[in-house]
Design a protein around this ligand. Structure first.
Ligand code: ZN
Length: 397
């Protein structure tokens, strides 16, 4: 049986113990100490990490994970230490404190939601830099903002986080949140104004230590809501990233930070207007070219910067002005050319089949209007048409 030092003093970062047992396990070593400040996984919180050093030899092994097995705390280690030897354990304190901040923040949020809406936290997961909470009811964005605001006020109020132990019988008369049927000694964690919940995890002793609480996203999930939550250092690091992004955007837009959203909106509107004007200019160009080619013979047109849609428009518009064949190409020698070809009341299927064969192309469509692309040089395209369509007019747009 391992003495749980983390319940006696949750801030214990180093401790001394004796190795009660040490055995090889799957790719690691399992060391059972007679006392442990390393917290084993539980209540959605992952097991602690750190180092363990044998006092007489100075041999140090890494504690990769901590688990619970019956009454024992099992340290999953990178190597063995002698059974019966005295050891000194050191926690990876940032790892643990991150989890204390987040676990405590989760209590505040879940407790506030439970007391206001009656919803339960039915799924809790803690990853390397955030938590997810699944609620069994729906909450609006506005309501979540209010909960987040109240949760941060509770942090500012710096209220004490209390842990009380009850027997099963005593616990029957106490109101608290709990995910499962509890047996034996029951640990109840209370945060005045926010939460009362049965929990075996490690928590900060005053809410001020939780630091900022941030709900970073929420989506509908199984008839309720799944939200992502960050507290303390995790929230601070995340907000710092966002702040840096915001600052870069503000420099790019020459705009004050609090005004970057309207500035980006204006930029998007300007861009849309500009797009509209550019398309208008293309259409004018197409119109002019169609007029120039009215009633003329077969024509090969190069419109280098045209998109597939524009090259189709060009061909279609010229076709309205001439009964001859119209072949339009857009692109360059490096990336190849897109084409749109057509003839009012014509049938260019055979011609295009031959052209695709000669110019490494592919495409299709109706007999009177086909589109596709070729992987060929402009010179080869010109040579092909000069040979296959004698007297063809070759022009650029
Ligand atoms: Zn807890």
């Amino acid at each position: 049986m391992t003495r749980r030092l983390y319940y006696e003093d949750v801030y214990l970062k180093e401790f001394d113990a004796v190795v009660a047992d040490c055995r090889q396990a799957d790719g690691c070593w399992e060391i059972i100490p007679d006392a442990s400040a390393f917290f084993p996984e539980g209540g959605g919180q992952s097991g602690d990490r750190g180092t363990l050093t044998q006092s007489d030899t100075g041999r140090m092994v890494e504690v990769l994970d901590t688990r619970e097995r019956g009454d024992d705390v099992v340290l999953v280690c990178s190597g063995p230490l002698e059974a019966g030897s005295r050891v000194h354990g050191t926690l990876d304190w940032q790892y643990r404190f991150d989890r204390m901040q987040n676990h405590s923040g989760e209590h505040v949020i879940s407790g506030l939601i439970h007391s206001r809406f009656g919803y339960n936290n039915v799924g809790f997961h803690m990853s390397a830099d955030r938590m997810t909470i699944d609620l069994d009811g729906e909450i609006t964005e506005e309501e979540l903002r209010q909960i987040e605001r109240r949760a941060n006020e509770i942090v500012w109020e710096n209220v004490p986080v209390r842990t009380d132990l009850y027997t099963e019988e005593e616990a029957e008369n106490i109101e608290f949140r709990s995910k499962k049927e509890l047996h034996g000694e029951i640990r109840v964690v209370s945060i005045p104004g926010a939460d009362v919940c049965a929990c075996c995890g490690t928590h900060v002793s005053h809410t001020g230590e939780i630091g900022p609480i941030r709900i970073v996203s929420h989506v509908r999930f199984k008839g309720g809501v799944r939200m992502e939550l960050m507290c303390g250092r995790w929230a601070y690091e995340y907000m710092t990233q966002l702040f840096d992004q915001g600052r870069q955007v503000s420099v790019l837009l020459s705009s004050q930070m609090p005004q970057i959203a309207p500035a980006v909106r204006k930029l998007a509107e300007d861009q849309n207007q500009l797009k509209g004007r550019i398309i208008g200019l293309y259409y004018e160009q197409i119109e002019q070219k169609a007029k120039e080619l009215a009633g003329k013979g077969d024509v090969l047109l190069f419109a280098d910067h045209y998109t597939s849609v524009l090259v189709q428009k060009l061909t279609a518009r010229v076709m309205e002005e001439t009964p001859s064949r119209v072949f339009s190409f857009a692109g360059n020698d490096e990336e190849g050319y897109k084409y749109a070809v057509g003839q009012t009341d014509g049938d260019l299927k055979e011609f295009v089949k031959d052209m695709n064969g000669a110019l490494s192309g592919k495409g299709g469509g109706r007999p009177y209007f086909l589109q596709g692309s070729v992987s060929a040089y402009r010179e080869s395209i010109i040579n092909y048409f000069s040979e296959k369509a004698e007297g063809i007019i070759i022009e650029s747009v």
